[in-house]
Design a protein around this ligand. Structure first.
Ligand code: MN
Ligand code: ZN
Length: 502
């Protein structure tokens, strides 16, 4: 499989030439696979080849089934790949996206130029479907190899060109222009998550977020002097053991009327989490370079919204710190004052994400008076115990926002599952010495973390996504083979597109 792919669109050809991919549906009479009439006409010179090969190989057009034909007689193609997609009338956008990933996974490094005929019997294989396929191809082709000094050979790995043959070329190109920026956003998020912490310091992270200026996002970076002035004692306490300066980055996309309140996305950006003085065990600690996946998602999302010129005002705010043990590091038992004025007793310095987010949520609420706030954080190991890597944990003070996120999760495959909040859980973080403490004990660890955050959101509609299980160390899927999946970019872009644009 190639590392990158160049995508273009063209009208249906008169004859098949070059490496060709056809789509076949299941559910025809006799359990056979079926092609669309237009596709059928293109393979007609080969007689009933596809049917004969199909019955020999029991190819039924079910989703994921593949018929691979080399140098088929009668056709001027070196290779013909027939890809099953299942019951055509039931295909959703997510299925088309996944299909793109599946096809990409079947293309050998040496494929060079490939044509895909986006057409099916009994399905609306229109411009949107083709654009989803293209996005799936792009996402599957991603790999993070910038630190490999031995690259795969030039001519194979980097030069895959795919043409998607469609009925309406202009419409497909328009649809792809909307999707392309989403793909770029996911790639930006993946790159950030995969990057090691010696390279991606808070400063470097902020510099990369600054690149969003090129797509029309207004970016402000605040260093420790500014954060002290704002009174972000909770966030600053986390970073005080690191030699790297803590940063908060504010990104603004103004796509709607200036008087319309923004939607706000907040990300945890702990570029490396050793646990601090409450240091983590050695095994697997390298994964803590991904403790900034929430912030990475917010940067990727802001890119996506700007590139497709979303008709919305959106702010992204990320808190970037490194959590290190040091002579200057904060201790268990320390009491810090947050920007909200509320005091926090530090029980465990490894429960640092909520300290960062508490200040950033409060700041966002006070400054922007947003329509809603959604935060993303690799917050607790406990959420993986509860939900594994299939769903992110969703906590919310607003049923409508929670329902919208759940829907968007089903649409995009970036699924969320709602968890409870209640005064009984909230009590568990009351402290003997301060207004609250930063852990609520072993049981319900994800819930007490969310309760902590809720103390910083006031009455703003808010949702917290605990992405410890989905943001990094991601299981392989048809559209992702990378350690960092860029989880959440498509989910939140879709949330905005469905419901919050003018
Ligand atoms: Mn931690
Ligand atoms: Zn952490």
């Amino acid at each position: 499989m190639a590392d990158s792919v160049k995508i273009s669109f063209a009208p249906f050809p008169a004859t098949l030439e070059g490496f060709s991919v056809l789509l076949a549906a299941s559910g025809a009479a006799g359990g056979r696979a079926s092609l669309s009439a237009a596709t059928e006409a293109l393979v007609a010179p080969a007689g009933d080849l596809v049917e004969r090969a199909g019955s020999t190989d029991r190819f039924d057009g079910k989703s994921g089934a593949i018929l691979d034909l080399l140098a088929p007689a009668g056709l001027a193609v070196p290779r013909l790949l027939v890809v099953g997609v299942g019951k055509a009338p039931e295909l959703r956008p997510l299925d088309w996206l996944t299909l793109g990933g599946t096809i990409m996974g079947k293309l050998p490094d040496t494929a060079g130029e490939v044509g895909i005929l986006v057409d099916l019997p009994g399905a609306e294989a229109g411009a949107q479907a083709a654009a989803e396929v293209a996005l799936g191809l792009r996402l599957r082709a991603y790999s993070f190899d910038r630190y490999k000094t031995k690259k795969k050979s030039e001519d194979s790995a980097t030069k895959l060109r795919v043409t998607l043959y469609v009925k309406d070329e202009a419409a497909a190109k328009r649809a792809w222009r909307k999707r392309e920026g989403i793909g770029e956003g996911v790639v930006i998020a993946r790159d950030l998550v995969n990057e090691p912490a010696n390279v991606l310091t808070p400063n470097e992270f902020a510099r990369r977020a600054g690149d969003l200026a090129k797509v029309g996002v207004d970016v402000e970076v605040m260093g420790e002097k500014d954060l002290k002035k704002l009174g972000m004692g909770a966030l600053l306490g986390v970073g005080q053991g690191s030699s790297e300066e803590s940063q908060v980055v504010v990104m603004r996309w103004s796509g709607a009327k200036s008087d319309s309140a923004p939607v706000a996305f907040i990300g945890k950006g702990v570029v490396f989490d050793t646990g601090g003085i409450s240091i983590k065990p050695a095994a697997g600690m390298e994964d803590m370079k991904g403790d900034m996946a929430g912030a990475a998602c917010v940067v990727g999302l802001m890119h996506a919204l700007a590139r497709r010129k979303a008709k919305v005002n959106a702010v992204g705010v990320i808190g970037l710190v490194e959590n290190m043990p040091d002579g200057k590091a904060q201790r268990p038992g320390d009491i810090v004052t947050s920007m909200s004025g509320q005091t926090i007793e530090i029980i465990n310095t490894d429960a640092e994400g909520r300290l960062v987010l508490g200040d950033v949520l409060w700041y966002t609420k006070e400054r922007f008076k947003p329509r809603f706030m959604v935060d993303l954080a690799t917050l607790t190991g406990a959420i993986m115990v509860a939900l594994g890597t299939e769903n992110a944990g969703l906590f919310s003070n607003d049923d409508a926002l929670a329902a919208s996120l759940h829907e968007a999760g089903l649409d995009t495959g970036e699924k969320v599952w709602r968890m409870p909040l209640s005064p009984e859980y909230d009590k568990l973080i009351d402290s003997k010495f301060a207004d609250m403490k930063n852990t609520g004990g072993r049981f319900g660890g994800s819930i007490t973390a969310a309760q902590f955050l809720q103390r910083f959101v006031g009455s703003v509609p808010w949702a917290h996504l605990d992405i410890a299980g989905t943001g990094m160390s991601s299981p392989a899927s048809e559209i992702n083979r990378s350690w960092g999946a860029g989880w959440g970019v498509r989910l939140l872009d879709h949330l905005v597109a469905r419901q919050y644009e003018d």
